[in-house]
Structures are given as structure tokens and as C-alpha cells.
Design a protein around this ligand. Structure first.
Ligand code: NAD
Ligand code: LMR
Length: 332
């Protein structure tokens, strides 16, 4: 027997207790879930990390729990442990559900993922209705409205606490724009508004920071690459899934922003898909300020050029249908 195995764990001094937030990841054993769990275990703002999935959480939890960082990690396996995974959580991140294969749209995932997100949100409404919820599961343009309807039915809906994660679109946009401009991507900030699928992903290149101008050819290239970044990865992975590593990076960047807002940091601004009055649609992704209670301010779109105005009309048409589909799924 290895040295140390004979140590009775019950005799160990209790671990943890550092101040910080309690975070749950639902779908924690998946392609996104595992690197997301790894990165959240490294986040000093996290004191407790709950890893929930319907498969493989004991192994992932044992593995991650050996990292010598502050967060205490606990694993939860299967529907019967969902409530224990959720009780007391401040932030719940949901990457549960199936990913795309080549030739599929995100909407093709609706039939499976809608039910998964609905069940998980029913658990949140029951066990941690005050938690901030980050939805990653696709199609985000429909799963966020599904979550909202579940919370409305339960009487717990707070639009400030429900956020669809579109951070990967911003991460990609910063990367691709930086490549074109010959800059460090960390110096570039591209607002991406609308939603998270094809033409609903609307980069506002006229508002890039630092202020930059682009040729029409560059605008066409960048818009197409940002809108189809997910498909680029799905095709490169050739049937084994969609973006997982860049998504885990983006999810952690976004979750960290939520936690910094919850801590009371000033000026925490990110884009996300939320209940919104920025357009006539009930949900829309745009720049917003995160604070102690979640979304504290949603910013208007700002001046758009003709190209962006036309993109916005296309985005709104597709978004309206996806939002309606999500709402109808719960109201049916
Ligand atoms: N928002 C975004 O920008 C973005 C980016 C990439 C992927 N995604 C989406 O994230 C989702 C997950 O992608 P992935 O690559 O991690 O997939 P994956 O198949 O590798 O992992 C999904 C995990 O969810 C788990 N799961 C399934 N049903 C569950 C349930 N009822 N409760 C809890 N867990 C459950 C699975 O067991 C699996 O471990 C997909 O829908 C994908 O389209 C979104
Ligand atoms: O493209 C996908 O299906 C996954 C994700 O939404 C992405 O943008 O990478």
C-alpha cells in the first residue's frame, strides 16, 4: 500500500474554510466541464467547487481535488445528487449537454439539450434561487429563454442573475482582429452583440478598441470568421465535438468577471446574452456591467454603421425564432 493511504482521512484536520464564493459546474465531466473545473479550482475567488454530472464525476473530482489551491472540491453523480450539488451555491455554470458534429447547426442540439437545461434549472430554482447562472449549453439563443421560463414558473426569475455565455465570441473576435491589426490580442476589445449562432453573432468592428479602421475586405473576412468560429472548430475536430479548451478559457474569464462583480469590484464590463430592452426582443447579447446582484446595467448598442445595421436586422430575425422556440418549449 502506498504511504499515506493508511492515513485515516477522518483524523485529518478539516480543510478549507477560506472566504470566497461557492461555485457549481453542471456537466463537469465533459469536454468543457473538465478544463473549466481545473481553471475554477485555480481561481482564488472560489472557496467551494461542486462538480456535478451524470457520469464520471468521482474520477474528475478526485483528480482535481489534489491541486494545492484553496477551493474545496466535492463531486456529485447523477440526478439523485443534483440537489446536494446545488444547495448554497452563489454561481452555477452549465456546460451540460451534447455538442455539434460537422453538418449540424446549434439548433439541431435543441431536442436533447432543451430538456437537460430545463431539468437543471428546476433544481436551481428549488435549491439556490439566488445564484447567478451562466448558461453555456447550446443553442444558447434558446436555452437562456428556457431557463428564464423555468424560473418564472417557479417564481424565482431575476433577469439580473441569468446570463448566456457569449464570451467565446468576444475571445475569438479579439484574437482574429488582433491578427489583422498586428496587435497583442490582450490589447484588443471587440464588442460582440446579438446572440450565439451564425448571423446572430454580430461583431461591432466600428467600436473596436483601440480605435481602428478596416477595409471592406477585412470587415467581410472578420465578420465571417467570427460568426463561423464555432463551425471552424467543429469541422477541425471532425466528429469528436466542438470547442472545449477555448470555451473553458472563455467560461472562466466570464465566471471570474461575475465573481469580481459579486465581490463589489467596480467597472466589470462584459458582453452576455440576457433579458434585455436594448432591442424589441426579450433577450439580446450586449455589453453590460456586472455587480453584486449580477447584471447591474445594460449598455445601448452605440452608433452602428450601415453594414452593422443590416447585420442587426438579420440577427434579430433569427434570434426572434430561437427565443420563441425556447419559450414555447417550457410553456407547451
Ligand atoms: N456557449 C458557447 O460558447 C459554447 C461553446 C462550446 C460549446 N458549447 C456547448 O456546451 C455544451 C457541452 O459541450 P461539451 O463539448 O462539453 O460536450 P461533452 O459531451 O463533452 O460534455 C457534456 C457533458 O454534459 C453531461 N451531461 C449530459 N446530460 C447531463 C445532465 N442531464 N446533467 C448533467 N450533465 C449532463 C455529459 O455527461 C457530459 O459530461 C454543448 O451543448 C455545446 O454545444 C457552448
Ligand atoms: O460551435 C459550437 O457548436 C460550439 C460553440 O457554440 C462554439 O461557438 O464554439
Amino acid at each position: 500500500m502506498e504511504e499515506g493511504c493508511s492515513l485515516n482521512r477522518a483524523n485529518c484536520r478539516s480543510k478549507g474554510g477560506s472566504a470566497g464564493f461557492k461555485v457549481a459546474i453542471l456537466g463537469a465531466a465533459g469536454g468543457i466541464g473538465q478544463p473549466l473545473a481545473l481553471l475554477m479550482k485555480m481561481n482564488p475567488l472560489v472557496s467551494v467547487l461542486h462538480l456535478y454530472d451524470v457520469v464520471n464525476t468521482p474520477g474528475v473530482t478526485a483528480d482535481i481535488s489534489h491541486m494545492d489551491t484553496g477551493a474545496v472540491v466535492r463531486g456529485f453523480l447523477g440526478q439523485q445528487q443534483l440537489e446536494d450539488a446545488l444547495i448554497g451555491m452563489d454561481l452555477v455554470i452549465i456546460p451540460a449537454g451534447v455538442p455539434r458534429k460537422p453538418g449540424m447547426t446549434r439548433d439541431d442540439l435543441f431536442n436533447i439539450n432543451a430538456g437537460i437545461v430545463k431539468t437543471l434549472c428546476e433544481g436551481i430554482a428549488k435549491c439556490c434561487p439566488q445564484a447567478i447562472v451562466n448558461i453555456i449549453s447550446n443553442p444558447v439563443n434558446s436555452t437562456v429563454p428556457i431557463a428564464a421560463e423555468v424560473f418564472k414558473k417557479a417564481g424565482t426569475f431575476d433577469p439580473k442573475r441569468l446570463l448566456g455565455v457569449t464570451m467565446l465570441d468576444v475571445v475569438r473576435a479579439n484574437t482574429f482582429v488582433a491578427e489583422v491589426l498586428g496587435l497583442d490580442p490582450r490589447e484588443v476589445d471587440v464588442p460582440v452583440v446579438g446572440g450565439h449562432a451564425g448571423v446572430t453573432i454580430l461583431p461591432l468592428l466600428s467600436q473596436v478598441k483601440p480605435p481602428s479602421s478596416f477595409t471592406q475586405k477585412e470587415i467581410d473576412y472578420l465578420t465571417d470568421r467570427i460568426q463561423n468560429g464555432g463551425t471552424e472548430v467543429v469541422e477541425a475536430k471532425a466528429g469528436s465535438g466542438s470547442a472545449t479548451l477555448s470555451m473553458a478559457y472563455a467560461a472562466v474569464k466570464f465566471a471570474d468577471a461575475c465573481l469580481r462583480g459579486m465581490r463589489g469590484d467596480a467597472g466589470v464590463i462584459q458582453c452576455a446574452f440576457v433579458a434585455s430592452q436594448v432591442t424589441e426582443l426579450p433577450f439580446f447579447a450586449s455589453k453590460l456591467r456586472l455587480g453584486r446582484t449580477g447584471v447591474e446595467e445594460i449598455y445601448p448598442l452605440g452608433p452602428l454603421n450601415d453594414y452593422e445595421r443590416s447585420g442587426l436586422e438579420k440577427a434579430k430575425k433569427e434570434l426572434a425564432a430561437s427565443i420563441h422556440k425556447g419559450i414555447s418549449f417550457v410553456r407547451k
